[in-house]
Design a protein around this ligand. Sequence first.
Ligand code: COA
Length: 260
Amino acid sequence: MEFKNLLLEVSESVATLTVNRPQSLNALNSELLNELECAFYQLELDPEVKVVVLTGAGEKAFVAGADIKEMATMTPLGAHQFALKGQRVLLALEKMKKPVIAAVNGYALGGGLELALACDFLYASENAKIGFPEVTLGIMPGFGGTQNLARLIGPKRAKELIFSGKMIPAQKAEAWGVVNELFPAQELLAKTLETARGIAAQGLIGVGYAKDAITHGLDMAKEDGFRYEAALFGVLFGTADQREGMAAFVEKRKANFTGN
Ligand code: COA
């Protein structure tokens, strides 16, 4: 499918999906949210794609939030539906079976930070800034930010960030555990792609099941999470990848995984 606001490139089993509205610092309007939803389903179904990298066009922003110009005239019902749409799209991203890494190349604000938080993990450029400026606009985060940020960094830090509306530098985001690693801006994409290719070479049924166990396990009582993990672990022993991975170890060669 052709996208107006997204760039999609697939190389060596890794898809790079770029939010491409640089004139608005990649702000998320309804059209862009619809395109993201289509792109996530398309990437999930594409057998050529094993890992996804999500980034923003231009040097300034990953995504500077939901589109304020579109939101400015929304009715309460329209705003409720806009939040539900944003949440549905970001949940579709969170639920993708394939790993998704955010390469945060600048401002990740409001809906942009929510988009990044819906990815499996984040790398960022040293000059990136993150925050939830919604209270400065008289509103609050609405695409899952209050839930995902509090679960990730705890309610105290989440409340400080959301109540103040302040942006924090990438270094503080890394110290708080929002971002896994920082890179100089010009190296960010190459470093992210390097990690993505490394993951793409692994047994991807195992990677996908591990993602499932972590994501869903966090919503379960611990012993239920353990039981779920053990069940998925057992299922993997019916796969060709498990036989290949263990045979390769015994035969002292590199495994050639097929995802079966
Ligand atoms: N929605 C709509 N348009 C946005 C936008 C957003 N979230 N963020 C930036 N833009 C637009 C600006 O309106 C401007 O467009 P214009 O040239 O037609 O006026 C363009 O992107 C460039 O932004 P500008 O503000 O000129 O860049 P800057 O470098 O001076 O400031 C930011 C960068 C990120 C600090 C500033 O754009 C900003 O505060 N954006 C809003 C962030 C926000 O509140 N996000 C949460 C929304 S819920």
